[in-house]
Design a protein around this ligand. Structure first.
Ligand code: FPP
Length: 263
């Protein structure tokens, strides 16, 4: 049975201020979590699925519009075959188990990445849940699957070149928004905050284009230990930052600075 939810003071404090619209998370440290307990690495990924559930619920409760989780990178295909197979099984289990909760809570599921590479037993429940949740407007949960930021940029560049060759776009007149429309993240709000767990401080090919003006939060917690309070602490840190987008602090504080530049 679910335990009744006790909303913490931290959560109330976070809810009282503007929350980031779009948060991306590099979920790292599952392997170390398991190995430090003498367990198989897959046990770490399994426990990490519980963090996925808890952080998604919390993000939804505090009013985040978009949450993007780095679940499997383009480079992760090169891990030992057993680990890749175990991760694919976990993804399928997650999509089956969380289906009702996603649909009942107004969450729209989305995937970013070269999802055509996923095995059919993952792609089918993924496509089904994406289609069945398409009308939901509460929060977009994007799973980055077979995802790499460089791969995304290359893919977008080649699709844009095709559009130019069809005469749909003028080569010398391409604007940022034109290019963004070819990215896998097209339609998602600008990325405001990126969290990385496990004490590593690098971006590992995650949302490279989108990260240009994102705030970063690095935490030592391993992903399976990263739950509601750790997530709220990152959001709270974000709320204390001044985002300047290349302007001066005085400009940002001025009432007449366009909202978009302040956002
Ligand atoms: C990185 O930890 C994590 C991954 C490569 C996979 C992330 C997968 C999950 C959290 C579970 C399944 C996902 C969903 C959406 C249900 P690592 O293995 O690199 O850890 P390490 O650096 O400690 O070895």
């Amino acid at each position: 049975m679910e335990r009744p939810l006790v909303v913490s003071a931290l959560e109330n404090q976070v809810k009282a201020r503007p929350v980031p619209r779009h948060v991306g998370i590099i979920m790292d440290g599952n392997g170390r979590w398991a190995e430090s307990r003498g367990l198989d690495r897959l046990e770490g990924h399994r426990e990490g699925s519980s963090s996925v559930r808890e952080v998604t619920r919390t993000a939804r409760r505090v009013g985040i519009q978009a949450l993007t989780l780095y679940a499997f990178s383009s480079q992760n295909w090169a891990r030992p075959a057993e680990e890749v197979a175990g991760l694919m099984d976990l993804l399928r289990d997650y999509l089956e188990r969380e289906r009702a909760e996603i649909l009942d809570n107004g969450i729209r599921l989305n995937a970013v990445g070269d999802v055509g590479r996923l095995p059919r037993f993952v792609r089918e429940p993924l496509d089904r849940l994406i289609a069945d949740s398409a009308h939901n407007t509460g929060m977009v949960l994007s799973l980055a699957l077979s995802y790499g930021g460089r791969e995304e940029i290359l893919h977008a560049a080649s699709r844009m070149a095709e559009a130019i060759s069809r005469g749909e776009l003028l080569a010398g007149r391409v604007e940022e928004a034109d290019f963004e429309s070819f990215l896998w993240t097209n339609g998602l709000p600008p990325l405001d905050l990126v969290v990385r767990t496990s004490g590593e401080q690098r971006v590992s090919n995650f949302l490279l284009w989108q990260m240009a003006y994102a705030e970063l939060c690095f935490t030592d917690a391993l992903w399976p230990d990263f739950r509601t309070d750790e997530f709220l602490r990152c959001v709270s840190q974000y709320q204390q930052r001044e985002r300047r987008f290349g302007l001066t602090s005085a400009q940002v504080k001025r009432e007449d600075t366009p909202q978009r530049a302040k956002a």
